[in-house]
Design a protein around this ligand. Structure first.
Ligand code: FE2
Ligand code: FE2
Length: 357
């Protein structure tokens, strides 16, 4: 979808959308050309959405006053270490698939045979192979054909995403983390990460899709393993207007990015993937290495467009060095937004219901 010019939109809606968007961009350098581009894009999109649903312009509520945060100031950060948080094991079916995919002698038929033993993954691959996302012609009704069309690398990425998303489908703490919104944010970040990697002519853009998909997995682990402390970090961020990572560091002495990197390593994904996840909020990592910079910028793009793991998310600062190291143009971010419009709905649906419907 190409953006229609903002002139077509009712000026009243546009100025209300500008005001609300400015509140989300508070603390972000508006003079950076990429930020300026994203801001205008976010304003025109919100105004267009508001034409259909005026509720979209409801102002962001100010932080609620409440009792002082017990525990943090008196006792300092939690004594929990990042390695104390142990992730659940990945499903056995995925581990078997990983082995087959890692064997250079495996054929697509071997891969299809393993996939066939996993009903959830089979359904997901068939559903995606038949979706507009891939645009294959004709009905894809066998796993052999789906695996053949998708290819080994794509099957690995989708299987990894499906395996991790099934681990956390039942969220015992919905007030801490909205799982459907969390996966929508993750899939959006995956799509933009792959888009930016392609723009950079990366040899394997698929690995950036997986990095984007898993970049915030530490947030889920924190919510599930340490719900009280995670709630405290959330409340602290809201009240003191801190970024989520700053508040997490105050409460835990580590943040979701560091935890996510450790968890990815414990699951024995490639080290390069763990480094991207661990570095996506770290200015030093993003300055020196384009890999985490890709996901850092993609994360900022999707948050700027309003796709956070909660409604109306605040936009995090863009590290200018991270944007510079990518070598993409600010206007490319508009193309990334078009890519999201096209690819996000079918893929999010597929991950959320695991292809079971
Ligand atoms: Fe993050
Ligand atoms: Fe994120």
């Amino acid at each position: 979808m190409t953006e229609t010019p903002a002139m077509d939109i009712d000026p009243g809606l546009l100025s209300a959308a500008r005001e609300k968007t400015a509140a989300r961009f508070e603390g972000v350098d508006p003079t950076h050309p990429a930020v300026a581009e994203l801001f205008e894009l976010a304003v025109s999109r919100l105004a267009r959405e508001a034409a259909a649903d005026p509720g979209r312009l409801t102002p962001i509520p100010p932080p609620r006053p409440g009792a002082p945060l017990a525990g943090v100031s008196e006792f300092g950060p939690s004594r929990r270490l990042v390695d104390d948080i142990v992730p659940p094991p990945l499903p056995r079916a995925f581990l078997t698939l990983q082995e087959v995919l890692g064997n250079p002698h495996s054929s697509l038929r071997d891969i299809a045979a393993v996939v066939s033993h996993d009903p959830g993954l089979s359904a997901l691959l068939l559903k995606l192979a038949n979706s507009a996302y891939y645009g294959f012609s004709g009905r894809v009704d066998t796993i052999d054909r789906a695996v053949g069309l998708l290819g080994a690398s794509e099957v690995h990425t989708l299987a990894a995403g499906a395996a991790v998303s099934t681990l956390f489908r039942d969220n015992p703490y919905p007030e801490l983390l909205d799982i459907p919104l969390f996966w929508k944010h993750s899939v959006a970040c995956a799509i933009v990460s792959r888009f930016l990697a392609k723009k950079r002519h990366e040899a394997n853009p698929e690995r950036f899709f997986l990095a984007g998909l898993l970049h915030d997995i530490g947030k889920v682990l924190l919510a599930v393993a340490e719900p009280e402390m995670a709630a405290m970090a959330l409340e602290m961020a809201r009240r003191e207007k801190l970024t989520g990572t700053r508040a997490e560091k105050n409460v835990f002495a580590f943040d979701h990015a560091e935890l996510g990197g450790r968890v990815i390593a414990k699951w024995r994904f490639p080290e390069s993937l763990a480094l991207i996840v661990a570095g996506h909020h770290d200015p030093a990592a993003c300055r020196d290495d384009p890999d985490p910079a890709v996901v850092h910028v993609a994360d900022m793009v999707v948050l700027a467009l309003g796709m956070g793991s909660r409604p109306d998310p605040m936009v995090p600062a863009l590290f200018p060095e991270a944007f510079a190291i990518l070598g993409v143009h600010p206007q490319d971010l508009c193309l990334a937004a078009d890519e999201l419009d096209e690819r996000l709905p079918p893929l999010t649906m597929a991950f959320l219901d695991g292809g079971s419907h």
